[in-house]
Design a protein around this ligand. Sequence first.
Ligand code: DGJ
Length: 743
Amino acid sequence: MIDVIDNKYFYLHNGAVAYLFGLLPNQQLGHLYYGEDLGELSADDLAYLTLHKNKASGTVKYSKKIKNFTLADHMQEYPTYGTSDFRESAISLEANDTYLYPDFKYDHFKITTGKSRKITVPASYGNDSENLTIYLKDTERQLELELSYSIFEESTAIVCKAKIVNYSQFEVEIKNLQSSVLDLPTANYNFLQLSGAWTKERHIITRPLTQGITKIESLRGASSHQENPFIALVDKNVTNDTGNIYASNLIYSGNFISQVEVDEWGQSRLMTGINPATFKWKLAPNQDFSTPEAVLFYTNDGFNGLMAQTHDFVTKHIIDQKWQKRDRPIVINNWEATYFDFNEEKLLKLATQAKQLGIECFVLDDGWFGKRDSDNSSLGNWTVDRKKFPQGLDHFSAQVHKLGMKFGLWFEPEMVSADTELYQEHPDWVVRHPYKRYSVGRRQYVLDFANPAVVDNIYQHMAKIIENAQVDYIKWDMNRNITEAYSPYLHSINHPQGEFFHRYIQGVYHLYAKLLTSFPDLLIEGCASGGGRFDLGILYYSPQIWPSDDSDAAERLDIMSGTLLAYPLSTFSNHVSAVPNDQVKRITSLKFRQNVACFGPLGYELDLGKLSTEEKNQIKNWIRWYKENRKLLVNGTFDQLLKFDPSQNTYAWSVSNSNKQIVGFYRKLARPNETLDQYLPLKHLNDHQKYQINSDQMVSGRVLQKFGLREPYQFNASNPDTAQISGDFQSYLYQIKTIDRKI
Ligand code: DGJ
């Protein structure tokens, strides 16, 4: 899979994809190609691929010694600024306040196979990987740069990262070190981003690339509700199933940038990594620094092709395999059912009702500790509120377990409220600049997770509770962005404050690692006011994330469609909540809410006591059906059947395995006499197999795939089982099963 040709070309390929780079005349690394596998390459092929036009060479030359050679003319693997390429660079270093213009030249390489899963740092893993590390040296500045690449069987993903080692006698300051660079010869793409805000996360936005920089980023201390590290460059005429797409994602949860620069010749440079705007790292002699990993994806099969790649990668190489095999529990979460207004009796009633409906796990959300009757108190005081639980948390948890349910518990480990001992006894454990004025958010403060003593303290508190209350599941919340970033700890050890944001997120990972080492079976659900930290870094530890505080099913159609471009169904949980919905006050039917929520891990978040007997029966039957189909709905192959559109009104999702396919069809607003563009196209069926649609028609795979599902457009009021024309927020589920008959 990794060929090194003439000690000059490095060719990673696996049948699905190829990634090729080689040495430039100045011994730096030049990028040549990323795309479909090119098979065997001859010397002539390589010479041809190396051809380029001298466009910029009329301006500045790299050196007197190499004729007509200018870096701006070349696609590169890891460009530096100020040495004849004026685009944004991947690396920026200083020593003694002087900019170093590093000149890393190829030295040697190493190939290894397999990557083990290490709990300390989120990174891709897999026995099926081949890994190439290129060692480049800057002898004048005595620095080494290691660029690492991994390729996995049957995947188009290429994982990249960079590491720098300081062999000089001087301290070097890293101001920028990106995780990956992908130079592309053209700019004929739309830039796609997953953007939004609190309660409207990861909506798909596209805009054409144009000369200059198109960038998304976070400066909030978390990957954020507003932007997601995932970006894609999509062909302008891309469809669900055709067209080229390049995409990148970052295995990181802190401040990031993902950007594309288009130069004056229409070449594109895609880069992703830690956001340099808030980063400065002190590298003492003999120390090294590694970036988080970035993942590049390629497909020529449109959006569904992209999702096949991103989903496969996250499933096999990011999420802990254990959670692929175990069923994710169906939860009842008490947040929208009670908010802070609860006691043991009330919750036990909710748990008992939930159990009767088939729900498997009770998640006790915010408000169980300290004196937390509102969101302005007690974070950091992780002792149970005896007013609400007179017999303690352990007793409540035992009652839940006695019902035959798992017990889940909410924490917000990174935060502290002013009315706690933790805050009063350790003012230096809070992220706060010595300035008098500081910003407030949700009346809580951020703990200095750059300080190992803080992480350890929080770990001790959490571990005790998890052990005593036999906690099976944690909801790990994080409800505040970081302002006036300043770590008293870094100040005390004389490190630059520019290290804070990165060390903070390393502290978060460290707490995850400690908890999961002590409690390997704990299922941790990530959450940050909903989807404020939905990224591959968190997914490494938390196999699922609460994707949004907006639980309205119609809003979720967009949130889920966007999220699914980069992350598989198994990575986010969906809860059926009450109507009118608490966020948008919309009323939708229970059927619509359940039909949306069943794609992925399912939950409920409403006062079950307020439901009618009919509604309870509906939920009970639904949960029975969900359990029968859970493996498919959580781990099946997902496809979008209708085109993305910012003003989308109808949605169709399918999830398939080898013998069954479930198609969800959803329509927001009723529109009379809607025009018919196409039937719902189906995929992943076997031409030679017969299928049954619901308990009705029998059709061959060949005909079904050619003509698609005809039903959803035949709305009529006389058939109550189909989506009705006269009503907003309608939905219908199709179950397409193989029947034991070959044709
Ligand atoms: C934000 C979360 O996203 C909600 O689900 C809930 O847990 C609240 N925080 C509790 O404060």
